[in-house]
Design a protein around this ligand. Structure first.
Ligand code: Z5A
Length: 207
């Protein structure tokens, strides 16, 4: 049996992750792979409950460390209940966000040190890391304009443009420091062009 692979999709608000997840899933399935599609925070019943707390815009008093620990609490459950069993079966796991989002949002966005995040990453994940991370990169103004067309804003979506600028730079910095795992896609162009870039990326990576 081939070992399962772990693919994550990342990007700032309005980058288009939701729009492209189904495409990636169907492309992988067309290659005969069994795909488990999931998301963070969430992916399990317990994780989805934690997600509700994290995204609830009424939780304005949430401290940055609380936010960080809740992200990793949801992730610990996600790994134990879904990700590790799927990979052990040889399935491919496709996750809408994972720990890079923590480095970008809680690290670059909220100014929590990488060292502190790294302690939790090693504790919760051990040596497990994604095999491939696709970063949908988009300028903040473009992303926010796209996202503005959605309904009521959650707790993160209420952040200012400066916050998302730090998050974007955090992601680009991760991509620069981990080039073997990262593929950066220009998500500012039309949907079909972004999809083409993703397909070319997957074809090259899966060879
Ligand atoms: N978070 C965190 O802080 N720390 C962590 O460790 C983790 C997460 C794991 C929820 O995540 C929040 O959790 C997230 C970070 C934080 N908050 N924020 N921001 P989420 O992934 O569920 O939330 P999201 O970022 O809002 O993701 P999303 O729903 O997948 O949105 P999206 O990337 O913006 O994608 P979209 O809905 O597909 O696109 C938005 C709109 O743009 C939509 O109308 C599309 O039709 C349009 N769009 C997309 N691409 C294009 C192109 N190329 N052209 C034109 N229009 C486009």
């Amino acid at each position: 049996m081939n070992p399962g692979k772990f693919i994550t999709l990342e990007g700032i608000e309005g980058a288009g992750k939701s729009s492209h997840l189904a495409f990636i899933e169907s492309w992988l399935k067309s290659k005969g792979l069994i795909v488990v599609r999931t998301r963070e925070p969430g992916g399990t019943p317990l994780g989805e409950s934690i997600r509700q707390i994290l995204l609830d815009h009424r939780n304005t008093a949430m401290a940055s460390d609380t936010e960080l620990l809740l992200m990793f609490a949801a992730r610990a459950q996600h790994l134990a209940e879904l990700i590790k069993p799927a990979l052990a079966r040889g399935d491919w796991v496709l996750s809408d966000r994972f720990t890079d989002a923590t480095y970008a949002y809680q690290g670059s966005g909220r100014a929590i040190s990488s060292e502190r995040i790294g302690v939790l990453e090693n504790w919760v994940q051990g040596t497990l890391r994604p095999d491939l991370t696709i970063l949908l990169d988009v300028p903040v103004d473009v992303g926010l304009q796209r996202a503005a067309e959605r309904g009521e804003k959650d707790r993160f979506e209420r952040e200012q443009a400066e916050f998302f600028a730090r998050v974007r730079e955090g992601y680009l910095s991760l991509a620069r420091s981990t080039p073997g795992r990262y593929r950066v896609v220009d998500a500012s162009c039309p949907l079909a062009d972004v999809q083409d870039q993703i397909r070319i990326t997957l074809e090259a990576w899966c060879q």
